[in-house]
Design a protein around this ligand. Structure first.
Ligand code: 5GP
Length: 146
């Protein structure tokens, strides 16, 4: 039996970041989405692309939102890979608690992958703000070249 997708709740942390209630160091801020570093990165350069249009996840997102956001996901993936000379990049997106989702506003994980370096566990272990700031700078520099 499948349950219906619950209604969107705008009290989630990404909605607060989008509204500016919580300050954020943005890699991208355009009409479609923002991008920020993940505070508990699975690898060096792990960042998040967060559409501005509210939806809980992929299951209730409009086709228009998805169509508009994917080119930005790709752009960020290219920049994050280039910024750290990663060997690959993983794009992930989780739906509902059983699917691994912990923040209930649609977002895409961009996770650079380095050969021989295992990914850290999902949403576990913060890194210092200063480190994230440096990584953000490196990604912004690559975005500026695209
Ligand atoms: P989800 O589990 O919903 O797919 O991913 C949520 C992600 O958001 C996790 O990778 C987690 O590390 C990250 N995260 C949780 N709280 C914050 C926060 O306050 N700021 C940022 N930048 N990332 C967060």
């Amino acid at each position: 039996m499948s349950a219906a997708t619950p209604a969107y709740d705008d009290g989630n942390i990404f909605a607060k970041i989008l509204r500016g209630e919580i300050p954020s160091d943005r890699l991208i801020d355009d009409e479609v989405a923002i991008a920020i570093m993940d505070i508990m990165p699975e690898s060096k350069g792990h960042c998040l692309l967060i559409p501005k249009t509210a939806s809980r996840n992929l299951l209730d997102a409009s086709d228009e939102t998805l169509a508009r956001v994917m080119p930005v996901v790709a752009k960020l993936a290219r920049a994050a890979k280039a910024a750290f000379s990663a060997d690959g990049v993983r794009v992930a997106q989780f739906n509902e608690e059983a699917g691994g989702q912990t923040v209930f506003h649609l977002h895409f994980h961009i996770v650079p992958v380095y050969e021989g370096v295992p990914l850290k566990r999902h949403a576990m272990g913060e890194v210092p703000a200063e480190t994230l700031k440096e990584h953000a700078e490196a990604i912004r520099a690559e975005l500026a070249k695209l």
